[in-house]
Each structure stands twice: as C-alpha cells, then as structure tokens.
Design a protein around this ligand. Sequence first.
Ligand SMILES: *Cc1c(COP(=O)(O)O)cnc(C)c1O
Length: 490
Amino acid sequence: MAEPYPIEESLDPEDWPAFRRLAHRMLDESLDELETIREAPAWRAMPEAVRSSFEEELPWEGLGAEEVYRQYRERVRPYTNGNRHPAFYGWAQSNGTPLGAMAAFLAAALNPHMAGFNQAPARVEEQVVSWLAELMGFSRAASSGVLVTGGTMANILGLAVARHVKAGVPVRERGLAGGPQLMVYGSSATHVWAQKGVELLGIGRDGLRLIVTDDDDRISLTELERAIAEDRAQGRRPICVIGSAGTVNIGAIDDLPGLAALCRREGLWLHIDGAFGALLKLTKTLRGRVSGLEVADSVGFDLHKWGYLPFEIACVLCRDGAAQRAAFAASSPYIAETSRGVIAGGLPLADLGVDLTRGFKALKAWMAFKAEGLSKIGRLIEQNVAQAAFLAGLIDAHPELERRAPAPLNVVCFRYRGAAPEEALDGINRELLLRLQERGLAVPSSTLRGGAVALRVCLVNHRTRRSDLEALVAAAASIGGEVASDSALQ
Ligand SMILES: *Cc1c(COP(=O)(O)O)cnc(C)c1O
C-alpha cells in the first residue's frame, strides 16, 4: 500500500551499522594519532596542492561520510598548527587531552542547549564555575561566572561589567554618548584583548591607558596613580584597572594586593587578566604568587591554556554576581521562564554574558577535574614552571645563546647570539625560528624584547619533557650557527 505522505528525509545514517564502523574508525585513528604524537614532526608545512584544494565548488550533492572522512585524513588532519606536540612552545596554546577530546564528543552527542534550562548539563556548568570561584578565593554563593570561548571573551565580559557598574550613566539605556571619556588602565604588557575590549564597548582606544612597567614587566603603581589623577583633573572618568596575572610576553604578575588597595582607594573596578597565571591557584607551591586575586572584582582566565583542555574554554568570574546579571540579563516572551517544565529556572547562563546559544564546554572541565584530580593539574603547572627554569639555566650556560628577559614563571625569551654582529641578529633569529618550525623540530613563537627579536617559549604543554628542551637548545645553537654563516656569506 502506498504511503499517504511523500518521502521524508533526516540526517541520521541510512545504514547505522556502516556508520558505526566508520565512527569507530574515526575514534581509533584519532587515538592512534594522539598515542604516537611524539613521533610526528612538531609541524608540517601545508603543500600548495593541499592549500589550493580548499577552493572547491559548492558541494550540492553529497559524497557520503566515508569519502569526506578520507578527505579529512588526507587534507586536514596532517596540517594543523602543531600544538598537540610535546615540542610545541608557541604563544600560549595547550595540547588538549584524550579525555578532553572524548568529553567534547560526548558533549556534541548530547548536544544540550546551554543557555540554562531545567537540565543536568546546566548544573554541570554551575558546578564547574562554583569550583573555579572557590579556587580563586571568591564566595561561591555571592559570586557568579560563566564559561566562554576564550580569555579574550572572558576578559571583555569582565570589562563590560566594570563599565556597567562604574560608567556613572545608565549605559544599557543610553550608551556612552554625551558622557565623559571613560578610562581603563593596564600595563604596557597587557594583552591585546584590552584594545579590542575598549573598542567594542564604545570606550575607544583613547580610553585605554597603558602604564609603564618596571624591568620585570610589572605595572608601575606610582605611574598608575599619577595617570588616574591626571585623567580626573582633565574631566575624564577612570572606571577600571586591568591587572595581569601572567603577562603574555614573559609571564609577569602585577602587584595584585597593591592594585587592589589602589582600586579601593580610588573607587575603581579591578579586573584581573589571569589567562594562564590565575591557574597557579591550583598549585601548592606557587599559589602565593597570585594572592590578591581573590579581592578582584572580576577575573578572566582560560582553561585551554594551563588547564590543558581542548579549545575552547575559558571562564569569567565576578565577585558580585548581581552586578554581572545586571550587566547582561535580558528577557523576552519567547524565552520566558515557567514554574515547571523545560525552561523552569529560566536561562541563567545566558543572563551572565552575551551568548544565547552555547555548547556544553563545561563537560570536558567537569570530567577532567574529577578524573585527573585538581592536584594533578596543579603538579603539571609546577612541572612547566620547573621546566622553564631548567631551560633558562641551559640557555644561560650556553655560549652561543642569550636570554632576553627574566623568566619568573613559564615563559623564556632568548636568542641566538654567537659571534654575529648586533645588526645581523634580528634577521638571524627570525630565520632560526622559521627553520626550527619548518624542519618540524620545535615550535617556539617570537616577540620583541628591548626592541630586538627574541624566540619565546611558553610552557603550557603537559607532554613536554626536559629532554625536549635540551633538544631545543641544541637545535637553536646549531641552526643559529648555520643561519649566521649563511648570512655572513651573503
Ligand atoms: C592568551 C591570552 C589572552 C587571550 O586569551 P584567548 O583564549 O586567546 O582569547 C589574554 N590575556 C593573556 C595574558 C593571554 O595569555
């Protein structure tokens, strides 16, 4: 008998057993890769044919999952930025973990909508956030927080709350037009998110004052105090100080208690960018370095750096939960709370930031914290700090290499020196960096120190061993010598 309806389609597999076999292959091959990652090069340059293979026509007709997976294996999987590798030290990018990858799969398979809702996944996020609040020394009951994509978003949300509380005008109703120029302060070592933040929040770059630092890249409190007084005298309105707990360049930690006292005196919001440094709170031996963080008004930090979790996951916490909700909460009939059912309790997570639809990032943190134990993550952080000191020692002892910055935490900046003339060193070190990467030996990044190019090693890598750092030093010296003689010949 003919069906009374036309054929109706779905995106579920037509052949579940075949899909299941393919899914198991995807899983096994991904785990094989992770298990043997140390044997792979730290980075592979993408061949031109692969690069240009991503200029295809719109795929109107399906090729099937098997064929697309084949293309993924061939064209995508080998050519990532390399951050899973033990010899990856660039920027501040963690490796991710096998358990984190599985948790990300489970989260996608479950696919809950994380604006809130009356569901266990929302409780998982609230649990993770309240653990993090306690860890940072905030009151679990009075504070609030939410998981976001990264440190940039976490910090910008903290700054948005600061603006809401301190602008002196109802910014949600009127915006900033007509009010005084709002002023935000940080050190010259503040990460570039602060620029994006003031631009996005309508404060503008003229409202961001970057204060000089001491030789250890910590903000000068006297200069900060002077700048605040000057801005007030000029009719501008100071609202917020950004403290850094672990600067991106060298891992410096501002005098947080000093900043807290100053902000209290001046009536300013203290936001701490603890992108990686805040997680020192997980350690037994180094947590004192970030004391003072617990009296900040808000703090932003990543879990995809020193939390070692796969991208993306970061957290913003506010000491006064009511302030965070007041800065963002919004309602509408189509998302109105009911007393029972799926939307009982409303959308509390959407009320703490700007995202409405959010994925289940919390699961990978919840599983990792419980499975590994926070003590172990703390020990890995201590291991990275000890490895940075070990590397600094190797460089200091090496006649051809030269350290370019203090290494107070997990970041080491250095360059090849050899016998090359000073004016050749930037070029030599730029080329040295590229050869290290292109030969797949190691992936440091680079920065400027004292106006000169330096290689930068940032250890948020749970796979690195001291022998990898010895190999890095040996390779930097020998390739540096090779580049120096190449450039002397030219
Ligand atoms: C990495 C970093 C950020 C930005 O975090 P993302 O997760 O990359 O958005 C902000 N501040 C500091 C100090 C960082 O190291």
